[in-house]
Design a protein around this ligand. Sequence first.
Ligand code: GLP
Length: 235
Amino acid sequence: IKMNIIVVKDSLAGGRKASELFYSAYASGARVFGLATGSTPVTTYQYLVKSKIDFSNCISINLDEYVGLKPTNEQSYRYYMEKNLFEFKPFKQSYLPQGDAADPAKEVERYDRVIADNPIDLQLLGIGRNGHIGFNEPGSSFDLTTHKVALTPSTIEANARFFEDEKDVPKYAYSMGIGSIMKSKSIILEAFGEDKANAIYDMVEGDVTEQCPASILQKHPNVTVIVDEAAATRL
Ligand code: GLP
């Protein structure tokens, strides 16, 4: 299987392309959308907000959430989703892991049930500089479903820019596992900027190895990679 790779000029063009793919998936009957956070999908959400798409009969399921943050915390992924998409394009139901859940084991189970009950038609992904997807860091098993993850120092450092103090950056997250991500019917992975070039190279052309979590996507039958020229420099 070959990944379908689309090289665009910049993140605006990438976001537009991704939003078009959302629209055609919707037109073909997709009703469950897996969503991602981070700076990468922002332009996709901007185009979706401006589009005519109506998600009010759809379900969204996000990849991950920081452990310990309340949904109202401005750094939580729930808050990000509200501000970037849900306030403008509400879904019938939007699921994210609950960062402040009292019982992590139960929360993980609940989220696995959510995913099992709502098979994902289209999953949107970003990629970490070390090749992580969701919060599945290098070394995590390809078989995992939802789990609680200890974030690596490099991910904590990369996320520190969003927090006033590096001390406030959560050290743990809940993440959908690679096993769950691979069950999505189709996947769009976006990457913009030169600091993603190595991860994109390893994902597309490297070995399939748990050292580069995104490399498993080589084995998925329906992946579209949207990269800007900077992120595509090593391809
Ligand atoms: C975090 C998120 C990922 C995201 C990655 C890259 O680790 N859990 O889902 O893909 O950051 O973020 P950015 O898009 O800001 O580069």
